[in-house]
Design a protein around this ligand. Structure first.
Ligand code: LRH
Ligand code: MN
Length: 394
């Protein structure tokens, strides 16, 4: 039941959507919250094995979430080979390995930027541990969000911190095996409030260019100043071949880590429009589409399913843009026709197309409702008693 008005675009969209994959964050299946409260929920995963079981539920119903990214040390286990085998048994694989430089007392004044070489060495050594986990799980992406920063002007020498950072990153980069990538994530504020040492895409890119081809930028959609034109950054990073990954989520004010597309679906569409325009949706484009979210008050598996559906919907709309009409209008300076080419696609109800995609994969047309009917939530709430629910452990 492809759209009779755009038979070719619908067919091409279906083909592209069939290959789209979204990587899920293990920490979305543990408890999370704000500095005020971390809420528990019945049946929440208690260890990395259960987190992967929950992530596999999202893939089972959406058919588009075959990888789970892990966070070290939150997901430390005795045998990562066993964890990877467990994932494979459930039809998923281990994705990016995230380092953690934001929960250690030694890193109060910095980690890879710290004035004390011993502290920097410790932070570099943590990445050697992460690379060992990558070797044990078959992961190829080392994801490094640098939480370092300062709170007061003059607290430290901004340039000296950059020089120390460059040296530390070189040491981390040298740990990578061929075929591995370093994904360098920026954030404009929090946990520090005067200056973050990698506050923006430009700073991350500068360090990546200095490191080498295996270093790329992570764009977390919650890590920009309000009003930032994020799709412009997407376009520019694609243009120089250094967009390694997204951390998708939504926000109203800060790094809210809400369900992607829930706050501003048109922004998510504009981002995916730049991806499609640059033909970067292909599995071999080198862009890892990941979620980075926390379901503080809502059920976690349905929250992740809703998130995958939101990315698929934004992608489907971007794939339905009449690019011939768009280019013609842009070339002829027809401002409203050009804008209209995007808003027409954005206003298209793509749910029938996505239902067709899922049925073509033998999946239920409505993954959200299908999961609710599965009884999995009730079963885990019944069975997962005792033990300690997983969380950020801050
Ligand atoms: C930092 C961040 C980073 C993860 C963390 C869970 O705000 O976006 O990507 O390590 O969230
Ligand atoms: Mn992130």
């Amino acid at each position: 039941m492809t759209d009779p008005r755009t038979p070719d675009r619908s067919a091409a969209a279906l083909a592209a959507l069939a290959e789209q994959t979204i990587e899920l964050p293990s920490w979305a299946f543990g408890n999370s919250g704000t500095r005020f409260k971390v809420f528990g929920q019945p049946g929440v995963a208690r260890d990395p094995f259960e987190k992967i079981e929950d992530a596999a539920q999202v893939h089972r119903f959406t058919g588009a979430a075959p990888r789970v990214s892990l966070h070290v040390p939150w997901d430390l286990v005795d045998d990562f080979g066993k964890l990877a085998a467990h994932a494979a048994d459930l039809g998923v694989s281990i994705g990016a390995i995230n380092s953690n430089l934001f929960q250690d007392d030694d890193y109060r004044l910095g980690s890879l930027t710290h004035p004390d070489e011993a502290v920097r060495d410790k932070a570099v050594a943590h990445h050697a541990q992460c690379v060992d986990v990558m070797r044990a799980t078959g992961s190829t992406d080392l994801k490094l969000w640098l939480p370092d920063g300062t709170n007061y002007a003059g607290q430290d020498d901004l340039r000296a911190r950059q020089d120390r950072l460059a040296d530390s990153l070189q040491q981390v980069y040298a740990l990578l095996d061929p075929g591995m990538r370093l994904l360098l994530e920026y954030k404009f504020y929090e946990p520090y409030f005067y200056a973050m040492d990698i506050p923006d895409w430009g700073t991350s890119l500068l360090h990546c260019l200095a490191l080498g081809e295996q270093a790329t930028v992570v764009l977390d959609t919650g890590h920009h100043a309000p009003g930032t034109n994020i799709e412009f950054i997407v376009m520019q990073l694609l243009r120089v071949g250094r967009l390694g990954a997204f951390d998708f989520n939504s926000r109203y004010y800060g790094d809210d880590d809400l369900i992607v597309g829930s706050a501003d679906p048109f922004q998510l569409f504009r981002i995916m429009n730049e991806i499609v325009a640059a033909d970067a949706l292909r599995p071999d484009s080198g862009v890892n589409f990941m979620l980075d979210q926390c379901h503080n008050i809502e059920p976690k598996i349905p929250g992740q399913i809703r998130s995958v559906l939101n990315v698929q919907e934004a992608t489907a709309k971007a794939l339905l843009v009449d690019r011939q009409a768009l280019t013609a209008a842009q070339q002829s300076g027809d401002v409203l026709a050009a804008h209209g080419a995007l808003t027409d696609a954005f206003s298209t109800d793509v749910r029938p197309l996505l239902a067709e995609l899922r049925e073509s994969k033998g999946l239920d047309a409505d993954p959200y409702a299908a999961y609710a009917r599965s009884g999995h939530a009730e079963r885990t709430a019944r069975e997962r008693v005792g033990g300690t629910q997983a969380s950020w452990g801050a």
